[in-house]
Write a protein that binds this ligand. Structure first.
Ligand SMILES: CC(C)(COP(=O)(O)OP(=O)(O)OC[C@H]1O[C@@H](n2cnc3c(N)ncnc32)[C@H](O)[C@@H]1OP(=O)(O)O)[C@@H](O)C(=O)NCCC(=O)NCCS
Length: 417
């Protein structure tokens, strides 16, 4: 069913996009992000899995003046699979900015997302802005590294070619070489197909990809032994090597050397870690850190519901900790509201909404500002480190228990954005 349209100030209308809006959406996106992004964005509207109804538009008469999309994702956290949403392609025509058009569309997508049963929304983007819309920095980007070619030892029998739709099964099979634990998105047939479409949309010339997004498979003796994805940033002269997956460490050297070749001398090649994998170990051993502090934005609208959804993971952490035999209750004040977690003999037994405490610090209790709750729940730093970094997060006398319930968790979800 199509969602009902909404009238905004100045005669503007917010509504679900249709296929008639595709060119209008692309015009706004290209004006905001540049022509190099056009083929990729078109994929999300009109490709094999493109679906305009995942997009909202604000129109002034017939003209699209703002748009964005929310895509469904499956999130895995500590072995528990959850439904989530990812907001993408947020842009407003310059003449219509600062009129609340993004805020109105986010309200719309947040409602959609709740109806779809999503427990969280994710968005990657410019600093600060999304904090105004109910998001906090919940997940770190994978660590970044730059490389010295002389330290690499790439095998000569690994070759690269642009990924093609027929590679989807082989790419899915490589998922076994990703870390099984931690925080990640499930990579579906849709994910692989869209990435391949995006990379090939801009064209292949003499067997080489020429767009800003590129997606490769690595082969050894006719077998797919890895994949890598590149993004060229012409404005900053940066060349990003996204978190790759390989069957072993020697293929990692080949992936890094290939990215350096593709980047050439006039681009700085920056490679992402793929945490807790052979590939990542090699990246960390070879690379020089290239610090980057910004996180991925996350919104968790219902903290109690979220914790209930991950209750099996909380129990698992507790039952394998020094608190395995303990029984008790810990309260987390989110200031305006709160959540109580009860546990008995190593199992989390109850999670309930309670009133917030205005100043938990006074009573040596725990307080977490709501916009930092996603960082706690998704294990961005671990509870203790979050307390150390953030003014209005304090663990009080429950620090040991909270560190057990909310440890630091490795994540490679930046590779899915
Ligand atoms: C960033 C952008 C999407 C904002 O669109 P917009 O329609 O002006 O956003 P809204 O008017 O709904 O803004 C929501 C709130 O954020 C504020 N805001 C808008 N742009 C902001 C910015 N760049 N930084 C900080 N705050 C900003 C608004 O004043 C408003 O605050 P309020 O609700 O307290 O009054 C738009 O400027 C744009 O298209 N920029 C180019 C593309 C881009 O950077 N997209 C985001 C990439 S992730």
């Amino acid at each position: 069913v199509q969602r009902e349209e909404r009238k905004l100030a100045g005669g503007l209308v917010l509504r679900e996009a249709t296929s008639d809006d595709i060119e209008g959406i692309l015009a706004v996106q290209v004006a905001a992000f540049g022509p190099t992004d056009e083929p990729g964005i078109r994929t999300y509207l009109a490709g094999a899995h493109g679906d305009p109804s995942e997009w909202s538009v604000v129109v002034d008469g017939d003209r699209v003046v703002a748009s964005c999309a929310l895509f469904p994702k499956r999130l895995v956290l500590g072995g528990v699979e959850l439904a989530a949403g990812e907001v993408e392609f947020v842009a407003t025509d310059e003449a219509y900015r600062r009129q609340g058009l993004v805020r109105a569309q986010f309200d719309w997508h947040h409602e959609r997302s709740a109806e779809l049963g999503h427990v969280a929304q994710f968005v990657g983007g410019i600093p600060y802005f999304y904090r105004k819309l109910g998001y906090g920095y919940g997940v770190s980007y994978a660590d970044l590294f730059v490389f010295d070619r002389a330290t690499l030892d790439p095998p000569t029998d690994v070759t690269f070619r642009p990924a093609a739709p027929g590679d989807v099964a082989a790419l899915a099979a490589l998922e076994g070489f990703r870390a099984a634990c931690g925080l990640r998105f499930v990579r579906t047939e849709r994910f692989w197909t869209q990435w391949i479409e995006m990379a090939t949309a801009a064209g292949v010339l003499d067997g080489r990809q020429v767009g800003v997004d590129r997606f490769w498979v690595a082969e050894r003796a006719g077998e797919v032994v890895g994949w890598s994805a590149h993004t060229l940033e012409p404005d900053t002269r940066r060349f990003l090597l996204h978190p790759a997956v390989t069957t072993d460490a020697s293929v990692a050297d080949a992936v890094i050397a290939h990215a350096l070749d593709e980047a050439g001398d006039d681009y700085l090649m920056i490679g992402h870690d793929t945490p807790a994998t052979e590939y990542g170990r090699r990246v960390r051993a070879l690379g020089r850190p290239f610090p980057y502090g910004l996180g991925i934005y996350v919104r968790i609208p219902d903290p109690v519901g979220f914790l209930r959804a991950i209750q099996p993971a909380l129990t698992q952490r507790l039952s394998t900790s020094p608190f395995a035999g303990a029984t008790g209750r810990v309260e987390i004040s989110l200031y305006n509201e709160g959540v109580a977690i009860e546990y008995e003999a190593g199992a989390v037994t109850n999670i309930d909404a309670i009133a917030g405490l205005e100043d938990p610090f006074d009573q040596d209790e725990c307080g977490v500002a709501p916009d930092w709750f996603p960082a706690l729940a998704l294990g961005r730093f671990g509870a203790r480190e979050l307390d150390r970094r953030i003014d209005d997060v304090s663990l009080g006398k429950h620090a040991d228990l909270l560190e057990v319930l909310f440890p630091r968790i490795e994540s490679d979800i930046v590779g899915d954005f």
